[in-house]
Ligand binder design. Sequence first.
Ligand code: PBG
Length: 322
Amino acid sequence: MIKRGRRLRINSAIRDLVRENQLNTNDFIFPIFVVEGENIKEEINSMEGNYHWSIDRLHEIIEEVESLNIKGVILFGLPKHKDECGSESFNNDGIVQKAVKKIKELSNNLYIITDVCMCQYTSHGHCGILDELNIDNDKTLEILGKIALSHARAGAHMVAPSDMMDGRVAYIRNILDENKYENVAIMSYSAKYSSYFYGPFREAAHSAPQFGDRKTYQMDPANSEEALREIEWDINEGADIIMVKPALSYLDIIRRAKDKINVPICAYNVSGEYAMVKAGAKMGLIDEKGIVLEMLLSMKRAGADFIITYHALEAAKWLKEN
Ligand code: PBG
């Protein structure tokens, strides 16, 4: 007897009934880039449809995010000056700190996540404190702690360390708790690979390393056992959510993590993944809506609970149409 899988695909009603995974606007976090200055809404060359926003115009994008029913944003800041130890990153009046306060004024409901890292703030563009040509892990922890605390003070709901230093989750958890921010959550970029897919972001955030690369702290794309180890360590250190980044080339890592661990998983659909789709669509080579929704759905199918994506606004609109 023939096994007839097509019976359950015969019309859209039965396909809807047996569908295993759904993409929903609740799944999206939208990244926002904030800059010093006034009256700035400037499109980012490498990431069309995304902008640098000054604080006085943030309401425009926040209103749009809320009107689409997107539940959260993640903030990246471009400071007015950089130095060796990234001191603007933990300034209580720094760009991200001001943006968090502003968004809290604008919205009661939006969930605010901040990226905790030094690379946008250091003159050398690395994610930590330099000791000659090496990144000093333990000195960097002190700065990361200060950054996370300043974000919590400003009102962030969740901090997301993206630096890949060892021990940072425990270090940050401790500092937050000591300062009575025990309800501020930590989402750890646990399995963050040293990836060419970050290229467009580094142009957007002015954060490319001035020498060398990030291979001594970000993970080797060849490894997956190591990702599971990093994820387990971060959970043991107190991470509430773990992240796999990039997403598309690392769906196997998301699935393996989902099968093994028991905290929510975030997938970061990064800038290079976004830029490739935009370029393909511009050239008329792909159906952008179809491709984007399929890509995002595949991240959920792999096991992601939610997705950071530059496609969030468009995807939310498309899901409404469907
Ligand atoms: C900062 C950071 C990066 C991204 C998020 N946080 C860049 C990097 O590590 O080089 C990349 C995001 C993207 O490509 O969309 N450390």
